[in-house]
Design a protein around this ligand. Structure first.
Ligand code: FE2
Ligand code: FE2
Ligand code: FE2
Length: 184
């Protein structure tokens, strides 16, 4: 099965590009956070990088056998500085996805009756809300020159749902079981 409509296909490619870049960017910024003396913020970046991988994976697979490149790539953020700045870039990127990108992509997938893409966009949208919030908490501490307080972080490999603390018995977004969660 492949996505049938051009516009939803373009949005899947765009979202794949954005998620792939976010994955790499967070790993890079995580290493920089560790060097700055923030091991927990590094771990948060790593956990969320994994969630972005799950989103990219879903978008790529939903394209099925449909060929063709990406004409647009959503959500590019570049630049290195201090961890507070990186966290601001992360917050801005996540909020762009929450407030602009995924709600629009989701509505188009719904309008075009693309069930698989709708599911992939919905999963991402729900996770990005949490990511924005966690990055804000990290930044509040980094602004004080401190690492954040952070226990284990659990991430759902199916939808990217991210929780600071114990994994739920069942993922509230996609229904995956606790045992499948990846711990950071
Ligand atoms: Fe994502
Ligand atoms: Fe995210
Ligand atoms: Fe999930």
């Amino acid at each position: 099965m492949a996505v049938k409509n051009d516009m939803t296909a373009d949005f899947l490619r765009s979202a794949f590009g954005g998620e792939s870049m976010a994955h790499m960017r967070y790993l890079i910024w995580g290493d920089m956070a560790e060097k700055e003396g923030f091991p927990n913020i590094k771990r948060l970046f790593e956990a969320i990088a994994y969630a972005e991988w799950a989103h990219a994976d879903n978008h790529f697979r939903e394209l099925g056998e449909r060929k063709g490149g990406a004409d647009v790539t959503a959500g590019a953020v570049f630049g290195t500085g201090k961890t507070v700045d990186h966290l601001q870039g992360a917050i801005d990127g996540e909020l762009h996805e929450v407030n602009q990108m995924y709600p629009v992509f989701l509505e188009v997938a719904r309008f075009q009756n693309e069930k698989g893409a709708e599911r992939a966009f919905h999963f991402a949208l729900e996770a990005e809300k949490i990511h924005a919030d966690l990055f804000k908490k990290a930044q509040d501490q980094a602004k004080l020159g401190k690492d954040m307080e952070l226990g284990a972080v659990h991430v759902c490999p199916v939808c990217g749902y991210t929780v600071a603390g114990d994994a739920p018995d069942v993922c509230p977004v996609c229904g995956a079981k606790k045992e499948r969660f990846k711990v950071f």
